[in-house]
Design a protein around this ligand. Structure first.
Ligand SMILES: [Zn+2]
Length: 297
């Protein structure tokens, strides 16, 4: 019988959150009684996770198109938004490392929008099929290549968009990227928000939300706790609402996801803008965006 051990604080007591995840009856969802981190129970084995990503299982389940241009169209609005959020902190000579580049849409957003700014962007991706696609836009390291990178390769920005929730060894993850930091390297993390308002409003959404690929589910409080325990500084967390009113109405009416209309497609009505802003103001939006300084060892 598996015993619970919190992935963040190693506490052995948990409280029940949800009976099962959408794609696997072997897992339930619990919250650590000490730090509140919501997580899968039992934690998946490292070997099972490696095969999951090598086979690109999550992308297949998320109905991700196989064609490079269609992937870009589907993920463009999120990645342009990420670029616009990052851009004010960039200076000539900066070098961005993206952990978990997927099919490289953020790498493409940087390359196509940096203009006269003299910056470099490098990716990292564990799945080989994804790495192949992403390499069209920038150099993309495998896990092994990143691990073997000399310590004098330094990045000014390390960005992780929807990566942390897939990580089993949370502390090891930060330690591994810390070796590529200089003083004040900026760390950007984007994750789903476990206080997403739709979890409360729509039971079908809640059934769908919990999934075996997401090992942890973060709130402002658990993110602050995690990052301050690891000695990061100047932690600033804000909300992002990726999905709009149409998507939420579709969920409430049909109880099903709206695959054809993932995220915002560009034009947002003023009513939708007000709706999204209210969720952001209450931090019950679907996504959290963290900026902090990762202090070098
Ligand atoms: Zn804990």
């Amino acid at each position: 019988m598996n015993k619970f051990e919190c992935l963040m604080c190693k506490c052995r007591q948990s409280s029940h959150i949800h009976n099962r995840v959408r794609d696997n009856g072997d897992f339930s969802v619990v919250a650590c009684k000490q730090c509140d981190l919501v997580q899968l129970f039992p934690s998946p084995l490292k070997t099972a996770l490696e095969s999951f990503y090598q086979n690109d299982t999550q992308a297949k389940e998320a109905h991700m198109p196989s064609d490079k241009e269609r992937i870009w169209q589907k993920t463009k609005s999120d990645n342009l938004r990420r670029w616009h959020m990052l851009q004010p902190s960039l200076r000539n000579g900066d070098h961005i490392l993206e952990i978990g580049s997927g099919y490289g849409s953020f790498l493409r957003a940087v390359q196509e929008n940096k203009g006269d700014l003299n910056i470099q962007v490098t990716g990292h991706e564990i799945s080989e099929p994804r790495r192949k696609v992403a390499s069209a836009y920038a150099k993309v390291f495998s896990d092994l290549e990143l691990r073997d990178l000399p310590h004098n390769v330094i990045f000014s920005h390390i960005v992780c968009y929807h990566v942390l929730e897939h990580v089993l060894d949370l502390e090891g993850f930060i330690e591994n990227i810390r070796k590529f930091c200089k003083v004040n390297t900026k760390l950007i993390i984007e994750v789903p928000n476990v206080n997403d308002d739709m979890l409360r409003r729509c039971s079908a959404y809640s059934q769908f939300y919990w999934q075996s690929a997401h090992l942890t589910y973060w709130s402002v409080r658990t993110l602050e706790l995690f990052l301050s325990r690891l000695g990061t500084q100047h932690i600033k967390i804000s909300g992002v609402q990726r999905y709009g009113m149409d998507n939420h109405d579709h969920w409430l009416k049909t109880g099903k996801p709206q695959y054809a209309c993932l995220a915002s497609s560009g034009s947002i009505t003023s009513k939708d803008r007000i709706y999204r802003q209210k969720l952001i103001d209450n931090l019950t939006c679907d996504t959290l965006y963290v900026e902090c300084n990762l202090v070098a060892n």
